[in-house]
Design a protein. Structure first.
Length: 177
């Protein structure tokens, strides 16, 4: 049986602030909202995927202050480095403090939503690298320079090779069960 990720539900303190962030900054759309029967609280459903009713749901029942302490981060994949750079520009425009990290197999930016839940937005690199790996990357590098720097930095790490080779190997492993 194959499991695929569907959604996350976040308990939030300030529904309007969180809704503004996830819609205005990250580009989600409200797909539904209503009252949770028997719970006395509202729920707002958000998605960017027409095949998913919701990818995120916000429930305004969080009472504690401070950062979230049970969730490391939520990760979202974008299709290309161009898309990642577009997202970086949106985050800069919103004043987000970002940590650009490459794992060799991805380029990521980590940041926090208004209630300090961790978020990662990433795109795949053309390579596979055995994990864990984490190196800061320079967001000012152009695409060609970033590709060259990443390859140079990770090419001697275990498991380094073309992503396509790694995916073919995993597909064979999964087919065997």
């Amino acid at each position: 049986m194959k499991l695929s990720w569907s959604h996350v539900v976040l308990y939030v303190r300030d529904e309007q602030r969180m809704l503004d962030f996830y819609t205005r900054v990250l580009g989600f759309q409200v797909t539904d909202r209503g009252r949770i029967a028997g719970r006395g609280s509202d729920i707002v459903f958000l998605s960017q995927d027409p095949a998913e009713h919701h990818q995120i749901a916000l429930v305004p029942t969080r009472e504690d202050d401070g950062p979230s302490n049970s969730l490391a981060h939520i990760a979202f994949r974008v299709e290309s480095i161009k898309d990642l750079r577009t997202m970086i520009a949106c985050l800069k425009g919103d004043g987000a403090a970002m940590r650009p990290i490459t794992h060799g197999n991805t380029w990521s930016v980590y940041f926090q939503d208004p209630e300090q839940n961790g978020i990662e937005i990433f795109c795949n690199s053309p390579w596979h690298v055995q994990q864990p790996q984490a190196e800061p990357w320079d967001m000012s590098l152009d695409d060609e320079a970033l590709l060259a720097w990443t390859e140079q930095r990770f090419r001697h790490e275990p498991g380094f090779g073309p992503r396509t080779d790694y995916l073919a190997k995993r597909e064979k492993q999964l087919a065997k069960g």
